[in-house]
Design a protein around this ligand. Structure first.
Ligand code: VAH
Length: 320
């Protein structure tokens, strides 16, 4: 049985759908900090689990005989800069609880998301290698860097089968992201449909590694389904698809919506974005367990505009 902690978040909610498709709804338990987060995960088994509480997780694990955990709860980069100690507590305590449940063999397999946020201003920005200088300048990035060290330690010392991916920015339409620096790449589509104009909080030439949710979910399932001997990196794999700037995504939207306008008002998130790579070398993921992305920028734009227009309930739509 599978438990998803943070199942109501941007990635967690889509993982819940995918894993229920794969393993059957009754074998995938969705959990989050409260029912109020439910959103799109409003069917199937749901439990309130506090990721910062060992006993809260353990009770759920024992109740459903869970053997695999996807730990998707975290405080992201932008919010983490507002509440550093909360970000540290949530991101680290949740990881230790899950790793310790696995160390005592209660859990057989763990997925834990890392991020390109592990890289910092001294990291080579273009085609960033799997192994390189990592001096993250955000609390979120620090938690991901140290979390990777602990994942590798628990694998080497206790044989814990924990697997991890350094996600880039992720674009999706089902669930809004929460508190990330790459969230502009989701908001822009909602605003293009709702208002035809978007005020971007990053500058026009801020190039960042990005990925469509379908690719991110495929990578997550692929690494978890791969034979253990193929997972040769137990810190976290670089993962990439495409890179683009706000200007480029605006131009891709204007192919369909020629009147769409973008303006730029960089805020505190610009400093975070400037500390991250522009592109990522994910060749190890491609050779070790067959990773391959599918969606390029125009595919993402076409899919996002189509889905949001159909949904017509964009959470950012003006309530008129
Ligand atoms: C964030 N979406 O912006 C996350 C992600 C690489 C970015 O870690 O914080």
């Amino acid at each position: 049985k599978v438990l998803i902690i943070g199942a109501c978040g941007q990635i967690g909610s889509e993982l819940t759908f995918k894993l229920r498709d794969m393993y059957g709804s009754s074998n995938v338990i969705a959990s989050d900090i409260s029912y109020s987060n439910l959103g799109v995960v409003n069917s199937g088994i749901f439990e309130v689990v506090d990721a910062r509480s060992y006993s809260s997780i353990k009770i759920c694990v024992e109740k459903y005989e869970i053997d695999t955990i996807y730990l998707m709860a975290a405080m992201l980069s932008a919010t983490g800069e507002k509440y550093p100690m909360k970000a540290w507590d949530l991101n680290m305590e949740s990881l230790f609880h899950v790793l310790n449940l696995a160390k005592t063999n209660i859990i057989k397999k763990v997925f834990w998301p890392s991020s390109i946020a592990v890289f910092g201003p001294t990291t080579p920005v273009d085609y960033t290698p799997q192994y390189t200088v990592m001096e993250p300048s955000t609390v979120y990035g620090i938690t991901k860097q140290v979390g990777e060290r602990w994942c590798e330690y628990y694998f080497n010392k206790y044989g814990v089968d924990v697997r991890s991916l350094r996600y880039p920015g992720i674009i999706s339409w089902k669930t809004m992201p929460g508190g990330g620096t790459t969230d502009y790449a989701v908001e822009i589509y909602h605003k293009a449909i709702a208002d035809g104009v978007y005020e971007c909080f990053l500058s026009e030439n801020t190039k960042l590694p990005m990925m469509y949710m379908e690719d991110a979910i495929k990578a997550t399932v692929d690494i978890m389904e791969a034979p253990a001997e193929n997972i040769k990196i137990r810190s976290s794999y670089n993962l990439a698809a495409i890179s683009f700037t706000p200007k480029e995504v605006a131009e891709s939207i204007q192919v369909t919506l020629p009147d769409f306008k973008i303006t730029y008002s960089p805020d505190y998130r610009q400093t975070i974005a400037d500390s991250w790579p522009k592109s990522i070398d994910d060749s190890r993921a491609r050779t070790d367990w067959g990773w391959n992305h599918k969606f390029d920028l125009q595919d993402i734009t076409n899919e996002m505009l189509f889905q949001l227009d159909k949904m017509d309930k964009s959470p950012l739509k003006k309530s008129n």
